[in-house]
Design a protein around this ligand. Structure first.
Ligand code: ZN
Length: 237
């Protein structure tokens, strides 16, 4: 057994070497004969690749051109859902994107120092929750989707799914929560004057042609990710 093993170990590499060098010389001969054809084949492949890249660039260009167009549904722009690991809980039931947490809490602190009490009503909302809100409220209010969309985003089209949106109320006037009358509260007046310092901005102004005025709904634009998320929306303003 020992001996057989030794012979095998010696024999196999030697056999391999002979075989390989034979193949190499035949291969070189074949290559020399075939070289004009190979050159032709190679050129064809390169030409096709270049053509493909050109086509793809053209496709991208068309796609971008389309991107500049409206992707709205009932006036709302599409938004992806934030990945769970970027969400932080700032108080029971209120989750936001980690990028905006500090700024948001600081804003509430600063307002408090001036005797204005901000209350957070709604932060991140999953697309599933948005689905419930949109379709349930629509049937409760017996509204058509188009009417409903003026006051609520269809699922997949809400700024709340990005974690960068926050609905704010006035702690001393809770009857104005989610109401246009919120604009008459001290909280709103303070926000209008100071929110920009904390990188917050009103998403749906009075003159918004698609969606009803929402004085309570603010979005954060103080990080690169947030700016990217709202780029299309800002471009169209
Ligand atoms: Zn909102």
């Amino acid at each position: 057994m020992e001996q057989n093993k030794d012979i095998n170990q010696f024999d196999i590499p030697l056999a391999k070497r002979t075989y390989l060098s034979n193949t190499n010389s035949t291969l070189i001969k074949k290559l020399l004969i075939l070289s004009p054809f190979l050159f032709l084949l190679f050129s064809t492949v390169v030409w096709r690749l270049v053509k493909n890249i050109e086509l793809r660039t053209l496709d991208n260009f068309n796609f971008q051109a389309e991107e500049n167009h409206d992707h709205r549904i009932l006036g709302h722009l599409p938004y992806n859902e934030i990945s769970k690991e970027k969400l932080v809980l700032i108080e029971p039931n209120i989750e936001v994107h980690i990028d905006m947490r500090d700024s948001l809490l600081k804003m509430r602190e600063e307002a408090k120092k001036e005797g204005v009490y901000l209350v957070f009503l709604s932060g991140y909302r999953s697309i599933n929750l948005q689905n419930d809100i949109f379709y349930n409220l629509k049937s409760i209010r017996r509204q058509e989707a188009a009417e409903r969309a003026r006051v609520s985003a269809p699922p997949g089209y809400s700024e709340h799914s990005t974690g960068f949106a926050i609905d704010i109320g006035d702690a001393t006037q809770r009857d104005t929560d989610f109401e246009t009358e919120f604009e008459n509260t001290d909280a709103f007046k303070w926000l209008k004057k100071n929110a920009a310092k904390f990188h917050f901005k009103l998403s749906f102004h009075k003159d918004n042609k698609y969606i009803d005025y929402e004085p309570w709904h603010w979005r954060y634009e103080g990080s690169i990710e947030a700016l990217k998320v709202f780029e299309t929306s800002n471009r169209e303003l």
